[in-house]
Design a protein around this ligand. Sequence first.
Ligand SMILES: NC(=O)c1ccc[n+]([C@@H]2O[C@H](COP(=O)([O-])OP(=O)(O)OC[C@H]3O[C@@H](n4cnc5c(N)ncnc54)[C@H](OP(=O)(O)O)[C@@H]3O)[C@@H](O)[C@H]2O)c1
Length: 262
Amino acid sequence: MTNTPSPDNDDAAGLPAAGSSDVPVAVVTGASRGIGYAMAQALGAQGTHVVAVARTVGGLEELDDAIKAKGGSATLVPLDLTDGDGIDRLGLALYQRFGRVDVLIGGAGVLGPVTPLSHAKPKAFTDAMDINVTANFRLLRSMDPLLRQSAAGRAVFLTSGLAQMDKPFFGIYAASKAALEGMVRTYAAETRNTAIRCNLFNPGPVRTALRARAVPGENPQEVPEPSSVVEPILKLCAPEWTETGMLYDLPDDRLRPAAMRS
Ligand SMILES: NC(=O)c1ccc[n+]([C@@H]2O[C@H](COP(=O)([O-])OP(=O)(O)OC[C@H]3O[C@@H](n4cnc5c(N)ncnc54)[C@H](OP(=O)(O)O)[C@@H]3O)[C@@H](O)[C@H]2O)c1
């Protein structure tokens, strides 16, 4: 069932009423495929109600089937994350239905053009910033009051090692992830005295559509599949997780302050 929560749709079936359930609620962007899909599936399997956000309805429906097959539940939200007002409407609908959000996974992302910066079209730059930065800003802004209502609000945003590298042709992606990192660590500092813990996660190479575009010559079978990065992300989502403003680098298996990468 595709079920877009919005103020115009607040009798939508399948959503428990606010405060009626102790089941944790997770919002996962990028849930139609790749790492976001794997995370949504894993959260659903551990009994969390998953609010799955992406544009591709087919991918969301496949996820819904996979979650239901394991006894879990999901709300599918077909939404283009460039629609900031849509993100605000989602926040309002979630407040009306659940009263809180326990986990936010910022998984949606785009690579942008792989090209020398001097050749990149201005629109390609803004398109990448719209998803990798602005959409995550709108998400943080809309979900912050909901995360504050949770006893242990957890937010994890997917970043890339390229944010801190000078790899030719990946400048737009690198700039967008560096901006994301600055925003996330600032939010973590601003919420340090609350129950919210907000962190970044660099998965390293993962076998997804994004990776195939970034490194087209690579044999995908040699790249870890999305399910392999789920466990460490789940740790950052757990109520017992205490660190905030950190970056977990999976390739180095290292947790470090997001502001310093030495
Ligand atoms: N794969 C890697 O090797 C790797 C490495 C480092 C970091 N990362 C990061 O990990 C995250 C997930 O990447 P992935 O590799 O899983 O990529 P992917 O398979 O290409 O998935 C990207 C997801 O983002 C969603 N998305 C893109 N544009 C959107 C829009 N306008 N509105 C709503 N959703 C949108 C897509 O959904 P729809 O197209 O259905 O909307 C899709 O679910 C990204 O932030 C990426 O930068 C990946």
